[in-house]
Design a binder for this molecule. Sequence first.
Ligand code: URP
Ligand code: ZN
Ligand code: ZN
Length: 561
Amino acid sequence: MAHFLTYLLLSFLIIYDSLGLSQSNQFCDAGVGYPESTCGFSSSSSSKLLIKGGTVLNAHQQEVADVYVEDGIIVAVKPNIKVDEDVTLLDATGKYVMPGGIDPHTHLAMEFMGTETIDDFFSGQAAALAGGTTMHIDFVIPVNGSLVAGFEAYKKKAKKSCMNYGFHMAITKWDESVSREMEIMVKEKGINSFKFFMAYKGSLMISDELLLQGLERCKSLGALAMVHAENGDAVSEGQKRMIDLGITGPEGHALSRPPVLEGEATARAIRLAKFVNTPLYVVHVMSIDAMEEIARARKSGQKVIGEPVVSGLVLNDSGLWDPDFVTAAKQESSLTIFFSITFYQLYKYIEMLYSIHFRYVMSPPIRESGHDKALQAALSTGVLQLVGTDHCTFNSTQKAFGIDDFRKIPNGVNGIEERMHLVWDTMVESGQISVTDFVRITSTECARIFNIYPRKGAILVGSDADIIIFNPNSSFEISASMHHSRTDTNVYDGRKGKGKVEVTIVGGRVGWQDDELKVVPGSGKYIEMPPFSYLFNGIDKADAKYLSSLQAPVKRYFTAS
Ligand code: URP
Ligand code: ZN
Ligand code: ZN
């Protein structure tokens, strides 16, 4: 009966949401008519900027210097720059001036698991700017297997963007036309990476045969192969096992896809990439098992990149196991809606109670305590190279699709706004990495891997002016009611820490200052990424060495006996 009532309430909510009647807690709604009063590049935002007196951070060095920007490009980096009166001054004394963050892994406006992520290319990017990220790379999902159609669809979605963005492309099937379209993507569309899902059986998952063909094709095009590494067949069995045991709650998600399945798939992908002799990028490394496979491969000299995501670095799976709806709900600052009296808010609260634990559901799952610290250590020692978010948000209504079956909970968590602050607090404030390392793992290394360095990822003369001013003596606090994402939950709700992004400059203009967004939809820029990054250096020599080492075919002959 209770379930029946809940279903009734949820149905009402879904209709309510689809009519656009629900509230949104974002600053700038890119839905119906953009409120330009709060969301334009501010009139004071000139194309000439001087950032004075800060400590300029690059991955390779730090120095006290001014930074002068004209028309979106960094023109000078040196002490005591003198300028005319028409230049906007930003005082950075006692603060860090560093490259804007680049998030290598996001899903904005992605159709997935029967719904679409709640953040689109405006709300997701607005959130990013508020958190000091000035570029992200999103995953294009092909339309009916067509990469060209997928690219066109994402181009349309990205029309409302307000910062820099690039694309990876997912490969979900294999035939001659996919192989041909991969070439078009690389040579004409500015895409230099392709993702292969080894999980999500029945939707995005590919076979080993397809993975092998894809790796070969990536190698010939100079494109980076990326893998979502989980054994999808075993996950499917694990899910059946949990359902048979009567485990339908979100803990079933974690139990059905344990670290061993992530480790197995990571090892398999690494070995296949070695067989093909092409570089490999493992996305969202969530477990010690996967990390150790990457460490082993790198030690042997193989070119493997490992990307942990913020959720894997700073969270553990306790949220999936909490037995108490109300205790969990109390962590959510938006619980205050309980005390409101409107009909909608009462329903919303009931829905929130049900889906409160679902917000932590992502794949691979957030692991039990211990994996987080091990991933941090791997990041600080260079076993893992850069940090993404896998920002893939759904609201409570969407998460509640899995109310009676964890397999239906849309997979994904937030992070695009929180990444820079949480990585600083977790890694720099704890003494695990230096401030220059911070720049490397949040920006520079991503720019190098995707072949856009030093245009991006550096404060150098000639680089794009994507810059943040970061105050290490201030503090941040995360809350679902104050964040800029459209979702009504936040897996980091209530977290506080040291350091704060005070100004975000994108393309030479101030996009975030004084806790206010100053951007308009449509002001973003697509960044084309050329093939053959540094990861491909030496691949041809290794191939030649392999061929000459074969000593085959063996020349056979008959000897007279
Ligand atoms: O749970 C996740 N990670 N959702 C996004 C899709 C993916 O696998 O990256
Ligand atoms: Zn994935
Ligand atoms: Zn992802």
